[in-house]
Design a binder for this molecule. Sequence first.
Ligand SMILES: C[S@@+](CC[C@H](N)C(=O)[O-])C[C@H]1O[C@@H](n2cnc3c(N)ncnc32)[C@H](O)[C@@H]1O
Length: 318
Amino acid sequence: MLIAHRTAYLLSHRLCQIYRINPTSNMSLDSDKEAQIRHQRESELKRKAYRDMKEETRKVLKHARIETPTPEPDAVGLPRKRFYRQRAHSNPFSDHRLDYPQEPSCMEWQKLYPHYFDETTGTMSKNVEIADIGCGYGGLLIQLATAFPEKLSLGMEIRVQVTQYVEDRIIALREQNKDAEQYQNVAVLRGNAMKFTPNFFFKGQLSKMFFCFPDPHFKQRKHKARIITSTLLSEYAYVLREGGIIYTITDVEDLHKWMAKHLEEHPLFERKSVEWEKNDKCVQLMMNSTEEGQKVERNKGSKYVACFERLPTPEDCD
Ligand SMILES: C[S@@+](CC[C@H](N)C(=O)[O-])C[C@H]1O[C@@H](n2cnc3c(N)ncnc32)[C@H](O)[C@@H]1O
């Protein structure tokens, strides 16, 4: 028995020599894999612990007015993006068990913009006017706060952790700028713009809607998941006021053509000229401030812009 064992060992060793295989390579492969899995698990635990710590602050400060005392000065620092990363795509058709108001009048905006809530009348002194749809990590949204200090801007984002990152970013910025009372006019909510936009906004409430670097859904059978389609454009036209603007930007030429074609074909939208784009401050903002836009810039990619004005609704349609 022992001899048979030894012979088998010598034989396998010889075969390894012939085929130049390291006899312990499988073992080391296994332990490499185990180490990798252990490392991934440890990193995920670390990321989760960080997010849990931030969640404590978020619970206290998310809906807080300026005068609310800060719990832990350190905990209100700007969040670190790497702790919130999440896989790139979220299926817009799946049931995410999202919170959404039954109709716009049921929306509790004071929770997102507590500074603009008038306690004596129980009403908001301003309504959301600018929406950044699929705001990602919030680069544009944060810029909108100071570019339009008189207006309320909202980011709508479908991914949980990405939304939490933006929430924590806004909390930190509000804390750090509380003397100047800045960033009270921006907020983010987790929502699926393809399903619930008219639940959040009244007819004609918005003056600007941004669609920056939307998911391209390259395959033809996935085109229906694109955030701009003829049907969705009618919903966007409903919540946009006459003269309001839809801004689109992407680095995918095919998607740019798709968005421009659908908007051009829609009777309630008209394309703005290149000259107009050059002079519009929002075009400049969306070119450079979003995280995707900055990535495209680093990789020296192209950016395609198309902006459309919401036309007056024909009288017989009102
Ligand atoms: C490629 S990223 C661009 C993010 C950001 N606009 C930028 O330019 O950096 C597209 C974002 O849209 C979000 N998104 C996709 N479908 C959505 C939907 N139906 N409603 C809200 N957000 C959505 C994704 O989760 C993702 O964060």
